[in-house]
Design a protein around this ligand. Structure first.
Ligand SMILES: [Cu+2]
Length: 183
C-alpha cells in the first residue's frame, strides 16, 4: 500500500490514486507489503500503550522467497531507545521472554510470523505513548537483506492480545509493565 502516499498518488494520477485509496480504506486490516531482497514483509503492526508504559511490542509477518536463509537480528526506531527481537515461551507455567541473541532465523521458502505470545519486536524506553491509528516508523535489521524501513500500524490496546495477564516474573523488563500491558 505504498501507493497511498501522496507522492505516489500525484505520479499515477488522481483517479488511480482515489481507487488505491478506496482499496486501502476497504481493507484496513491489511498492512502494506514491504519487499527487501528475497523477503516480503506484511502485516506490520503494534499495539497502543497505556499511559506511562515505556515498552511496546511490534508484530509482523516475514516471508523468505529466496533460496538462502536470512536472520532478523534487530532494529531501531525514533520512538524507542532500543529495539530487540524477542521470543516468548512458557517456562514451568510462567510466561517469559528473552532476546534472540542470534536473531530470528527465516528459512528459505518459509514464513515467520511475529505475533503476541510468540516472537515479537520489543521497543524499549518509549519517548511517547503509542496511539491507535499511528503509523510508527521502524527500521529492521536483517543479516542479509540489511536495513529495511517500514511502519507499524498501531492498533488498540487489546488488539489480538492473548487473554489474561499471566504471571510474568521471569524477565526483568516485564516487571516494569503496568497491569494490562500484554506482549
Ligand atoms: Cu519482549
Amino acid at each position: 500500500m505504498q501507493t497511498t502516499r501522496p507522492a505516489s498518488i500525484s505520479m499515477i494520477g488522481t483517479i488511480a490514486g482515489a481507487v488505491m485509496l478506496w482499496q486501502f480504506l476497504a481493507t484496513p486490516a491489511l498492512a502494506g507489503e514491504v519487499k527487501a531482497g528475497d523477503l516480503v514483509i506484511t502485516q506490520a503492526w503494534s499495539r497502543a500503550t497505556p499511559g506511562g508504559a515505556k515498552i511496546g511490542g511490534g508484530y509482523l509477518t516475514i516471508e523468505n522467497k529466496g533460496s538462502t536463509p536470512d536472520r532478523l537480528i534487530g532494529g531501531s526506531a525514533d520512538v524507542a531507545s532500543k529495539v530487540e527481537v524477542h521470543e516468548m515461551a512458557m517456562n514451568n507455567g510462567v510466561m517469559t521472554m528473552r532476546p534472540l541473541d542470534k536473531g530470528l532465523l527465516i528459512e528459505p521458502g518459509k514464513t515467520v510470523k511475529l505475533a503476541p505470545g510468540g516472537y515479537h519486536l520489543m521497543l524499549f524506553d518509549l519517548r511517547r505513548p503509542l496511539k491507535q491509528g499511528d503509523k510508527l516508523p521502524v527500521t529492521l535489521n536483517f543479516e542479509k537483506a540489511g536495513k529495511v524501513d517500514l511502519s507499524l500500524d498501531v492498533r488498540g490496546v487489546g488488539a489480538q492480545g492473548p487473554a489474561g495477564k499471566g504471571g510474568s516474573d521471569g524477565h526483568m523488563h516485564m516487571k516494569k509493565m503496568p497491569d494490562g500491558m500484554k506482549m
